[in-house]
Design a protein around this ligand. Structure first.
Ligand code: SAM
Ligand code: SF4
Length: 458
């Protein structure tokens, strides 16, 4: 029996009805979202359909207001780490496709892994997202587990990786249990497209099974992983359909497992070396930013991730209107860190600034760059994180914790004038901590960090 997660007919009905909805109705829906009332799928459809420039400004303002209220000023940074490009699948859009005989296939040895991790630690990273192709013989779950354990074991004078998120193919419960035991942070998997026929057309190999992909998140939950990340590869199908489907999927998980997705990623198709695929549903910059703002209103408590597939200009606006986590200074090839060019990459990247430059830009925009991993390490994941974030507690914990992690970054890695403006921003936000006792304790810990203590959090 086909799993009952996405009702395509219902989504088409919503899209059709939205064509008749008025601009006034869309403004009223924005007000509802600003009051933090949950929006129905039909209301999200109406927002997707409203196109006037005036409405766009109002939408961006509402999204940025919600983002500030719930997430505050923090922008969390991480780096992807490509561990293996062996892959048995033939996805139409990806350079690692199994027909690519020119690609040097590689999986990192534990020594190479250590060298790559050290480079990332030396940049200032504390969070990684591991990327693997699907190849049970070469990148089986035991290899994945050995990679996670190895990374957690690497401790350098400049710090260590404190949270390892993983992006691997749809797997079985037993495999997910092993990932949980190894201390996985978020399990990310992109549905790529929720449109079944398009999905089946663009994939060959075990990944071509739409049902295996869409039920993977449920198996992960059942195996005890409570932070899962959803995503769509934008460009493969109609973006309005995909946004409705993403929200429907998030709500299905919330209803079934008592907790929605921890994150939603919004990758857009990028050109890739040996890929001839031309996306039929290319998403313009304007529509892309709009969909980010609408997702922010539709799932206010779900983190949203943007990668370096996007240009600095797009990222700057996206950070304001919804994105809460971003990669920086990424290499999209196996063993690519420390190499001068990114040959053999999975696709082309559009923001190649070093981490410190991205951090500096965020500070100029009054965003607090965060390398914080406190919630995960305090056990505030899954349902417990959601209960905590829904009660508005993110501000009480996350602001000080974000400040501590950023102060560590400034002490250990600040370059090119970031130090002073970074601390000025820290003090700007400390002054906004309302509770006097929390403010006092935050200042005391900040001083400890200046004196050389590390890894402090509430
Ligand atoms: N192989 C696993 C999988 O496919 O689920 C792991 C992740 S793969 C390394 C990460 C993601 O990259 C894919 O899920 C896909 O959405 C994205 N991707 C692949 N080719 C891309 C392209 N040409 N442009 C942008 N993103 C792409
Ligand atoms: Fe393999 Fe993932 Fe690329 Fe598909 S997207 S070819 S599964 S690495």
């Amino acid at each position: 029996m086909k799993p009952d997660i996405i009702d395509e007919q219902n989504l088409y009905r919503i899209m059709e009805e939205a064509e008749n909805s008025s601009e006034d109705a869309a403004y009223a829906i924005l007000e509802k979202a600003r009051a933090k009332e949950a929006l129905g799928l039909d209301e999200i459809g109406a927002l997707l359909n409203c196109d006037s420039p005036g409405f766009r400004d109002a939408l961006f303002n509402a999204a940025s207001e919600i983002k500030n209220e719930i997430y505050g000023e923090r922008l969390v940074f991480f780096a992807p780490l490509y561990v293996s490009n062996f892959c048995v699948n033939d996805c139409a859009y990806c350079n690692f496709h199994s027909r690519n005989g020119d690609l040097k296939r590689k999986r990192l040895t534990l020594l190479e892994l250590e060298a790559q991790t050290e480079i990332l630690i030396a940049m200032g990273h504390k969070r990684l997202l591991l990327e693997f192709g699907e190849d049970p013989a070469r990148n089986g779950i035991d290899y994945v587990v050995s990679v996670i354990e190895k990374i957690y074991s690497i401790k350098k004078a400049q710090g260590n990786i404190r949270r390892v998120n993983v992006n691997i193919a749809a797997s079985e419960r037993e495999d997910y249990r092993k990932l949980k035991q190894a201390g996985i942070g978020t399990y990310q998997l992109f549905q790529e497209t929720y449109h079944r026929l398009t999905y089946e057309k663009l994939h060959r190999g075990p990944k071509a099974d739409y049902d295996r992909q869409i039920t993977a998140y449920s198996r992960a939950f059942e195996a005890g992983i409570d932070d899962v990340g959803l995503g769509v590869l934008f460009g493969l199908y109609d973006w309005k359909f995909e946004v409705l489907a993403l929200v429907a999927h998030a709500r299905y998980l919330d209803k079934t497992f008592g907790v929605g997705p921890h994150t939603i990623s919004v990758p857009r198709f990028c050109h890739a070396q040996t890929v001839n695929y031309q996306p039929e549903y290319r998403v313009s910059d304007e529509d892309f930013l709009k969909l980010i703002a609408i997702l922010r209103l539709a799932v206010p408590y779900t983190g949203m991730i943007l990668s370096t597939r996007e240009s600095p200009q797009i990222r700057k606006t996206a950070f304001k209107i919804g994105i809460s986590q971003a990669s920086a200074n990424s290499a999209a090839s196996c063993g690519g860190y420390g190499k001068p060019n990114n040959e053999e990459a999975q696709f082309e990247l559009h923001d190649q600034r070093p981490l410190y430059e991205v951090v500096s830009g965020a500070v100029d925009d009054k965003l607090l760059p965060s390398f914080c991993t406190a919630c995960y390490r305090r056990g505030r994941t899954g349902e417990s994180f959601m209960a905590f974030s829904k009660a508005g507690e993110i501000h009480n914990f996350c602001r000080p914790n974000g400040i501590f992690a950023f102060a560590e970054y400034l002490e250990d890695f600040a370059r090119n004038g970031i130090y002073d403006k970074g601390y000025a921003l820290i003090h700007f936000y400390i002054n906004k901590i309302e509770d006097e006792d929390t403010r006092r304790r935050t200042l005391a810990r900040l001083e400890e960090i200046r004196q050389g203590k590390r890894d402090l959090y509430f």
